[in-house]
Design a protein around this ligand. Structure first.
Ligand code: HEM
Length: 203
């Protein structure tokens, strides 16, 4: 099933996905306004935005397998949006942390990075997401040329680092992390299988 960018059905789906993607943000605003957060609202926001970012990374990776399986090419138009939401929530996550923990004092933040391996891994994932987000538009796609695919394939490594970051946060109870790790593993198996059969690495 093919679709063009001005297909009304696709536009409607894009609008619904956009509004649904804002739900972690609605939750944060609603909990803040109604005072439903506990004693440490910033930490709850860090938890919510971290999890949201990881979910959007996995959704971004899920687009190609779903497109291939169901043959709906229009799905590709959603991938960019989902990836940008992953970056948006990761940036919010990072900003709330550096504000709450380090008061935006850069050297304090560097000390955290040295002391806490989970922060080092999280920062690495976030830094790698920057070029992906910056090139997620048509002019930059043209400018990046052949490198575009390489840059965007980093999403796999970024998601791996994000799962590792989560695992380091939750060493005492990694059950939730294992679900995310299993989804990532399934996506990687699909990608390797696909690369071997059609001699093409798909993102
Ligand atoms: C792509 C980038 C990142 C992703 C996808 C990500 C994802 C996550 C996830 C899923 C969690 C667990 C949330 C939960 O407990 O429900 C988390 C926790 C956390 N992340 Fe990140 N993270 C990223 C980058 C960063 C960065 C750059 C920092 C800080 C500089 C950071 C700091 C934290 C902290 C402080 C926690 C909570 C630790 C705790 O609850 O004790 N993360 N992150």
């Amino acid at each position: 099933m093919s679709s063009s960018s001005n297909d009304p059905q696709l536009q409607l789906i894009k609008t619904i996905v956009f509004l649904a993607s804002l739900s972690p943000l609605y939750e944060i605003v609603w909990y803040t306004v109604t005072g439903r957060f506990g004693d440490y609202p910033a930490w709850e926001i860090i938890g919510l935005t971290g999890e949201a970012s990881l979910v959007f990374l996995l959704l971004t990776l899920l687009v190609t397998p779903l497109r291939k399986i169901f043959g709906w090419n229009g799905l590709i138009k959603l991938r960019r949006m989902l990836g940008l939401f992953a970056f948006f929530y990761a940036t919010l996550h990072f900003l709330v942390y550096i504000w709450r923990e380090d008061n935006f004092i850069v050297h304090e933040f560097f000390l955290d990075m040295v002391k806490l391996p989970y922060i080092t891994v999280g920062v690495l994932a976030w830094l790698m997401l920057i070029p992906v987000a910056v090139t997620a538009n048509d002019p930059m796609m043209k400018k990046a040329g052949k490198n575009w695919k390489r840059i965007h394939s980093m999403i796999y490594a970024i998601t791996f680092l994000s799962v590792l970051h989560y695992l380091l946060v939750r060493t005492w109870n990694p059950t939730d992390v294992l679900y995310y790790a299993a989804i990532l593993l399934a996506l990687l198996v699909y990608r390797f299988y696909h690369a071997r059969t059609v001699k093409d690495w798909v993102f």
